[in-house]
Design a protein around this ligand. Structure first.
Ligand SMILES: N[C@@H](CCC(=O)N[C@@H](CS)C(=O)NCC(=O)O)C(=O)O
Length: 210
């Protein structure tokens, strides 16, 4: 079997989801750097891989994919190693629900509204947009509360074993907690706080998300 190739950049939360999945499955892979924020837009050859000009894109044995959730699922199913998807359809649906809510309701407020505004922009000498931060806190709280409810008493988002949902969430949490408001948001949800404390100690998460 040939080595899969991930096209992207290590700072990207969505690329990190794919890297975490490869690491948890123990799959040797290559990474090809792509600068989607280059002046003049994403490189033309990347638009062939990803029609929306985003990262990650992925290639393996003639399979070409984009969209992190689809890539992670392919990696889980195409390679040996511990399954990252629960067999029980009810629990698998909860995993899919968590992934959907992370994409739709958590990524923007946590990463862009809190991390980029509070941490990344000031580092670059730019002023944080306090109105954007206030709005992100409201939406970010709803997303955190929803994950807290999905976690319930379980160790992971889809029950008692690590799943694709945890690996989808980890890069977003990694950025969220770098903003003081994000750290406080996570701490105010005890199950989410405990889950993140444990998950962030996994070697894959320590390596990829910090
Ligand atoms: N839905 C996509 C989201 C990918 C995404 O938003 N990637 C960001 C980096 S984290 C990106 O490429 N941004 C470049 C841009 O928006 O121009 C996925 O699941 O892969």
């Amino acid at each position: 079997m040939t080595r899969p190739v991930v096209y992207g950049a290590g700072y990207s939360a969505y690329v990190r989801i794919v890297l975490l999945t490869l690491m948890e499955k123990g799959v040797a892979h290559d990474v090809v750097e792509v600068d989607v924020f280059a002046e003049g837009g994403p490189p033309a050859e990347h638009l062939v891989r990803h029609p929306f000009g985003k990262i990650p894109a992925f290639e393996h044995d003639g399979v070409h994919l984009y969209e992190a959730a689809a890539i992670a699922r392919y990696i889980d199913e195409a390679f040996p190693g511990p399954s990252l998807q629960p067999a029980d359809p009810r629990v698998r649906a909860r995993m899919a629900q968590a992934i959907g809510l992370l994409d739709s309701y958590a990524y923007r407020p946590w990463v862009w509204g809190l991390y980029v505004e509070r941490v990344s922009k000031p580092k670059r000498g730019l002023a944080a947009d306090e109105a954007a931060i206030a709005a992100a806190l409201v939406k970010g709280e709803t997303a955190a509360a929803a994950l807290e409810a999905i976690l319930g008493p379980h160790a992971f988002l889809a029950g008692d074993a690590l799943s694709l949902a945890d690996l989808h969430a980890a890069p977003m949490l990694g950025y969220l907690v770098k903003a003081p408001e994000g750290g406080a948001l996570v701490a105010s949800h005890p199950r989410l706080g405990r889950w993140w404390r444990d998950l962030s100690q996994r070697p894959s998460v320590t390596k990829v998300c910090t």
